[in-house]
Design a protein around this ligand. Structure first.
Ligand code: FAD
Length: 376
């Protein structure tokens, strides 16, 4: 029987993993990427991403996260690259806020390896952090960091070695379903496929303008800080962390290149009107909150950043991605709007993309991601 031919539009964080999973299954997979592979213009740049399993966004993600971890390891084995390091993760905040309740619920329901530390214990084991009296620290031992550019590169390279084709520097301008096929126009040329998966990240609404009310590209800024105590911020001493403290939610990653520590705000820096024209300049005044947080809660770091990088992601109005068959269409799937927390999920999203094109459904509960909540 002839294998179906599937297009993946956007070979970024999610698209590269979808392409890998399709190619691994022997499906004729063709990727389209408007820039080069592993570029840092959108959601995949900036050296590192956090992997967490005790999930502040909701315990319903944990089965996907557990599978994602296995697939990260599988991709590492297949490619020889080191992509995910589990050095632990600290979730910090008042115990009565929803995010910390979700972390605790994840741990209880899914037996995640962890420790819960009160202020005194936190001070003893992780003295880099200054805690407030009302906060707790949860050590998620199934957390760590990923290398985003290398991960996209590895998945795309592996997909190609398994037979996938990638059209680089090729922008998909139009998608149209015709009978049982889907026609694509890219860089002025026509292509025909059995099915299409759109993984266009912050550009999703260029393809589906009807989502504009509910999906918006937003700017994110990452900052790195020097310290004279860099030895205290190595991966074995300084787990990744996410902290929900009054007025700011921020996260940090240990020093990976040996001289600076990354600490960044989870809060976004406004909407991006045209993703192709992301303005990468930042005013000093925009960094006020994160600098104050560094100065107050991580006092060994010098609160003036020595490195800044600007990226973007597609954010939905409810903070959950949009994954599934596009309502009203037969062969076009959407996987976008990961709202600032999609990188860790990328490999399992690759598997879900494969499930969707093969059987129209997946073993994972993705009901909270269904496209119908936003497409009218
Ligand atoms: C600064 C920052 C920090 C983050 N931190 C974390 C974290 O710690 N942990 C975590 O899990 N997540 C994190 N995230 C979120 C995560 O990185 C994103 O949710 C995820 O990378 C989104 O992937 P994507 O594939 O949707 O988008 P992208 O990776 O941007 O991929 C979309 C791709 O589609 C291409 N494209 C778009 N339109 C077209 C077209 N018409 N034709 C051809 N190609 C097209 C684009 O060029 C791009 O390569 C962070 C995001 C940012 C920006």
């Amino acid at each position: 029987m002839e294998q179906k031919k599937v297009a993946v539009i956007g070979i970024g964080s999610i698209g590269s993993m979808v392409l890998w999973q399709l190619a691994k299954k022997g499906i004729q997979a063709v990727g389209f990427e408007q820039y080069g592979i592993a570029h840092d213009r959108s959601a995949a740049g900036g050296e590192s991403r956090m992997f967490r399993t005790a999930y502040m966004e909701g315990a319903e993600y944990v089965p996907m996260l557990k599978k994602s971890r296995l697939l990260w390891e599988e991709l590492e084995e297949e490619t020889g690259y080191n992509l995910l390091t589990l050095n632990g993760g600290l979730m910090i905040g008042p115990k009565d806020i929803d995010e910390i309740k979700n972390v605790i619920r994840s741990i209880k329901e899914f037996e995640i390896d962890h420790e819960i530390l009160n202020v005194e214990e936190a001070k003893k084991h992780f003295p880099q952090h200054v805690l407030r009296e009302d906060e707790i620290m949860v050590l998620d031992k199934e957390a760590g960091y990923m290398r985003p550019e290398l991960a996209v590169f590895a998945a795309a390279e592996r997909a190609e070695s398994l037979g996938a084709i990638i059209h680089r520097h090729t922008t998909v301008e139009q998608i149209e379903e015709l009978n049982d096929k889907v026609r694509i126009v890219a860089n002025g040329e026509n292509y025909e496929f059995d099915q299409v998966i759109v993984t266009a990240g912050p550009w999703t609404t260029r393809i589906f303008p009807e989502l504009k009310e509910n999906l918006t590209p937003k700017k994110l800024v990452m900052t790195w800080y020097p310290t004279s105590k860099i030895e205290n911020y190595q991966p074995d001493k300084f787990p990744v962390f996410a902290r929900m403290t009054e007025g700011i939610t921020f996260f940090g990653i240990p020093s990976l290149e040996g001289t600076m520590v990354k600490v960044a705000s989870v809060d976004t820096f406004g909407n991006v009107e045209v993703p192709d024209k992301l303005i990468r300049d930042i005013k000093l005044s925009e960094l006020k909150n994160i600098k104050e947080a560094v100065s107050t809660y991580l006092p060994e770091l010098r609160p003036d950043p020595v490195r800044i990088s600007v990226h973007m992601d597609g954010y939905t109005t409810d903070g959950h991605a949009v994954v599934g068959l596009v309502p009203g269409l037969k062969n076009t799937f959407i996987m976008g709007g990961y709202s600032g927390h999609g990188f860790k999920l990328a490999p399992v999203m690759g598997k879900i993309g494969l499930d969707l094109v093969e059987q129209g459904d997946t073993e994972f509960d993705i009901s909270h991601l269904r496209p119908g909540r936003f497409f009218s």
